[in-house]
Design a protein around this ligand. Structure first.
Ligand SMILES: NC(=O)c1ccc[n+]([C@@H]2O[C@H](COP(=O)([O-])OP(=O)(O)OC[C@H]3O[C@@H](n4cnc5c(N)ncnc54)[C@H](O)[C@@H]3O)[C@@H](O)[C@H]2O)c1
Length: 395
């Protein structure tokens, strides 16, 4: 049977543009389905650069205005891989045009924006996904499966860190290409919406909703030269954030993120402690899951490290032979596999825009708590699936 084509229009072609484009090709190669992912067009403002990207990654055509890309009849899916302040406008326009939507994280600059984005995809009935890719690392899925099977029993603690060190120099400017993350108008916030958003998404998935938070943030370098205005301007982002929280299941959470942890480039770790079992994961060793099982016999009891690469481990059977590990890029491939599966089942996939909104609500509460120095209740996102249009389901 002929495959149904999913013609993708990508907006933004740098870091995430490459990660997504790689995923589109790999899904076709390694995860057979009734769909064929077609890199149809890529959009960027610099025509020469975007043309070179299209050639390298197999896109059939280019656009230099994202509105034109969204208006095209030969595009089924819009993939938003632009800086955070563009997500809402691009997503809402894409939903109005009836396109399916993949959007990078964080979904909106804040919960208010994300609410509008969710409302737009619901109104249009279009399939949607947020690229919280760490959910799709095989070892993280294994953790989810163990938790869902009840192996941990009652959960007491969830702790996560995301540590980097690339903004320590006060001479680093803010704003513009490559440095928009330091400009609060473009990024929305600092490490909270950028790095902790990943930790929060994984935590909500593994351990359920967060009830309330108490946070502190710090901006270590208060002023930086702005690349676009050329002036020294106040820095509006948080350089570091630490928060603790109550989960709805009664467990306690502790989260830390910073771009000032000298020596750490992208150290995302989480640990969850239950009555019967604890689990640990580390992005630097992302193909491993550490497990402590309290039911192990006496002297053999201890932490074990599972090399998540066997044929029956999540997603692994579709790749090489048992024992050969997967890495960062595969998390994006698996995210896209879930999107395709969601179309085939007609039920949609996760993390979708409701999940994206749930994380934005936690980010909002964390920033509000840091500002007010008070405990803040987290707004809860509704949990029901966005129905898809019948023309977006597999016959
Ligand atoms: N899922 C993840 O692990 C992960 C990792 C990094 C970034 N992100 C998210 O992905 C998004 C993009 O981040 P990045 O690191 O790829 O940024 P980047 O700066 O590397 O790329 C941004 C791209 O957007 C393009 N762009 C900017 N304005 C545009 C416009 N008006 N029209 C068309 N294109 C425009 C830029 O030219 C560039 O190609 C952000 O929302 C970020 O938070 C997610």
């Amino acid at each position: 049977m002929a495959k149904k084509q999913l013609r993708i229009g990508l907006i933004g072609y740098s870091f995430m543009g490459r990660a997504h484009s790689n995923a589109f090709h790999q899904v076709n190669h390694f995860f057979p389905s009734s769909y064929e992912l077609v890199p149809q067009a890529v959009c960027g403002r610099d025509e020469t650069a975007v043309r070179a990207f299209a050639e390298k990654w197999g896109y059939k055509s280019i656009e230099t205005d994202w509105k034109k890309l969204i208006a095209r009849a030969d595009i089924d899916v819009i993939d938003v891989a632009t800086p955070n302040n563009l997500h809402a406008e691009q997503v809402i326009a894409a939903a109005k045009a009836g396109k399916m939507i993949l959007c990078e994280k964080p979904l909106g600059l804040n919960g208010k924006e994300a609410e509008k984005m969710l409302a737009a995809v619901k109104k249009a009935g279009v399939a949607n996904m947020v690229w919280y890719n760490y959910r799709r690392c095989p070892a993280v899925v294994l953790a989810k499966n163990l938790i869902d099977a009840g192996k941990l029993g009652k959960v007491f603690h969830y702790r996560a860190n995301f540590l980097q060190d690339w903004t320590i120099s006060p001479d680093l400017p803010q704003g513009g290409t490559g440095l928009w993350r330091l400009d609060v108008k473009v990024a929305g916030s600092g490490v909270t919406g950028d790095l902790l958003a990943h930790c929060i998404d994984t935590a909500l998935w593994l351990n359920g909703g967060i009830k309330d938070v108490s946070a502190m943030t710090e901006t270590f370098v208060k002023q930086r030269k702005h690349n676009i205005t050329g002036k020294v301007e106040r820095v509006g982002i948080d350089d570091a954030c630490i928060f603790h929280c109550h989960f709805n299941n009664g467990s306690l959470g502790q989260f830390e993120s910073t771009r000032y942890a000298r020596g750490h480039k992208a150290l995302y770790t989480f640990e969850i402690n239950g009555e019967h079992m604890s689990l640990k994961w580390d992005l630097h060793d992302l193909h491993r899951l550490q497990i402590f099982d309290h039911s192990d016999e006496g002297q053999e009891r201890g932490w074990k490290s599972i090399h998540v690469s066997d044929g029956d481990h999540p997603y692994c059977g579709n790749w090489w032979v048992p024992g050969l590990q997967l890495g960062y890029e595969h998390s994006f491939v698996h995210a896209m596999v879930e999107f395709v599966k969601g179309l085939e089942s007609g039920k949609g996939c996760t993390p979708n825009f409701e999940d994206g909104l749930a994380t934005d609500y936690v980010v909002d509460a964390v920033l509000a708590s840091a500002k007010s120095k008070k405990w803040i209740k987290v707004k809860q996102a509704l949990r029901h699936r966005v129905p898809l249009n019948s023309n977006q389901t597999c016959p």
